[in-house]
Design a protein around this ligand. Structure first.
Ligand code: AHR
Length: 531
């Protein structure tokens, strides 16, 4: 059996994990909102039309922050359409997803949903078709106590107390050719600077996220961030990163290596931000908001909705490139466009997708010193851990690593080094079979190791834990399945489930030995023994 070793010292920390790295994303796209978090008339929905079955799972995940309302959708968003009496709200043609938007669910409904979900909103402003003035107005509507036009409008709409939204995204993927109102880096950076200054006059406590590249693979990555930050370094707090990974070669090993690329992306983004800071002789650091990340490829297969293909295909150069690389063709079937809540990007995730997601969560935690916000995209139905039908709701495979990381990833991330045998990925080069990160829980009496085995055989993981004398293995949770392509469905929601195993992880004489099953995600909890 292969052997891997974790090396850690409780005195060497990466830092406190910001709980907001376990965030998520709700966009007006497909069935995320309509049929996802909001579906009036269902037995499972409350008096506001909010699905309580979905709310239960969001609370179980303990999602700390949710980005809203887009995504590409934000670049044509007219926020004032979405507030006030529902009957008076206009129906609009949403050009981002070529869908009908009734605005039945709007800004105040989202804030109410956040309260019920126990989460914090992270709002985006439209810098595609709109600008600084509009950003200031929506902030005034949300955060100003009263006595001004927009704050009084909110009160007139029945919301007396300000929403107090702290984090604001300044546009979305403004480098992308598919984006409504795509911009040049200097142009966008200047707009961000002006917008940020104006917004901070209304509420100086807010935190602002400027758009970084929409993917690591964008040919402008690096140059974009430099150009933007040269203009707005002192005005913003974070730069965003977005990444979606797929099973491009069809090979499991290649696919499970994708967190390696996520890590390169993070390191390179930090280098670019810091190089601008150095040139500006600034002590300030720009932190990272990885506000869209996930596995995303199933929808591209032939049974996907052509609407989706059209949206991406007609507007985006990189998707043509992607198609060529992956030797894939868009599906031929046709259907009507401009419907409300079409089925877009409804990836049904496999067991191995859950492993890739686990690997990404390890990477995010390992960079907890600079990644302060991260949002898995998205929360419900669209590329999501939660999936609904009129009949019910289910936890997708990727739900579980998210749940474990959110539950056990809060605390002090230790500088965890992994010595592991490697395999060669065609796309990413040499990749360690095992990756892991250790987190000392806030009570200081529990150490959690999150570990991924990308190998097709079991691997023994060892770790010298003599610093934790007298501690014991309290629990070893494993997510694995003999069928790497197994999925959960509404009909069979518990096909892939994490299980607590006994006897596979031991701590004797300060030495941890854990057997990691082939292709598995593991949570090993080590606790101080009761005296
Ligand atoms: O999450 C789906 C879409 O992917 C978002 O709208 C966009 O920002 C990204 O390209």
């Amino acid at each position: 059996m292969k052997q891997a070793e974790l090396v850690l010292d409780r005195r060497f920390e990466v830092g406190e994990a910001d709980k907001r790295i376990f965030g998520s994303f709700v966009e007006h796209m497909g069935r995320t909102v309509y049929g996802g978090i909001y579906q009036p008339g269902l037995e499972a929905s409350d008096e506001e039309g909010l699905r309580t079955d979905v709310l239960d799972l969001v609370r179980e995940l303990q999602v700390p922050i949710v980005r809203y309302p887009g995504g590409n959708f934000i670049s044509g968003y007219q926020w004032e359409d979405t507030v006030g009496p529902k009957k008076e709200r206009p129906t609009r043609a949403d050009s981002a997803w070529q869908s009908i938007e009734t605005n039945e669910f709007g800004l105040n409904e989202f804030m109410s949903w956040c309260k019920k979900a126990g989460t914090e909103p992270m709002m985006a402003v439209n810098l595609g078709t709109r600008g600084a003035d509009d950003a200031k107005n929506v902030l005034e509507y949300c955060n100003f106590p009263g006595g001004t036009y927009y704050s009084d409008l909110r009160r007139k709409h029945g919301v007396e107390a300000p929403h107090g939204v702290k984090v604001w995204c300044l546009g979305n993927e403004m480098d992308g050719p598919w984006q409504i109102g795509q911009k040049k880096p200097v142009e966008y950076g200047h707009l961000v600077s002006q917008t940020a200054r104006l917004m901070k006059t209304v509420d100086p406590r807010i935190e602002l996220v400027a758009c970084g590249s929409s993917a690591y693979t964008m040919s402008t990555f690096g140059a974009w961030e430099t150009g933007v930050l040269e203009e707005c370094y002192n005005d913003v707090d974070y730069i965003s990163l977005h990444a979606y990974f797929g099973k491009y070669t069809g090979d499991t090993g290649d696919f499970l290596a994708c967190p390696v690329e996520m890590e390169r992306y993070i390191r390179d983004a930090i280098a670019v931000c810091d190089s601008v800071g150095v040139r500006k002789h600034s002590r300030k650091k720009i932190n990272l908001s990885f506000d869209e990340w996930n596995v995303n490829y199933h929808f591209r297969y032939p049974n996907a909705e052509p609407q989706e293909w059209r949206t991406w295909y007609l507007t985006s150069h990189c998707y043509e490139e992607f198609l060529m690389k992956a030797s894939m063709k868009p599906p031929k079937k046709q259907r009507a466009f401009w419907t409300q809540a079409p089925r877009l990007s409804e990836d049904i995730y496999t067991m191995e997708d859950a492993l890739a997601v686990g690997g990404m969560l390890i990477v995010l935690l390992r960079h907890a010193d600079r990644v302060k916000i991260a949002c898995q995209a998205q929360l419900v139905n669209v590329l999501a851990p939660i999936f609904t039908s009129d009949e019910g709701v289910m936890r997708q495979t990727i739900y579980y690593p998210y749940l474990h990381a959110s539950r056990y990833g809060r605390g002090t991330v230790l500088d965890t080094r992994v010595q592991s045998p490697c395999y060669m990925s065609q796309i990413y080069g040499p990749v360690p079979c095992v990756d892991a990160v250790a987190i000392l829980q806030p009570n200081g009496e529990s150490l959690v190791i999150l570990a991924l085995n990308r190998d097709g055989k079991g691997t023994m993981l060892g770790c010298d834990l003599r610093q934790f004398e007298g501690w014991r293995v309290a629990e070893h949770i494993v997510l694995s399945d003999d069928d790497r392509l197994a999925v959960n469905t509404i009909e069979n929601p518990d096909r892939v489930l994490p299980r607590t195993v006994t006897g596979e992880a031991t701590l004797d004489g300060g030495k941890l030995s854990a057997k990691l099953k082939a292709y598995s995600w593991n949570v090993i909890r080590i606790e101080k023994s009761a005296e």
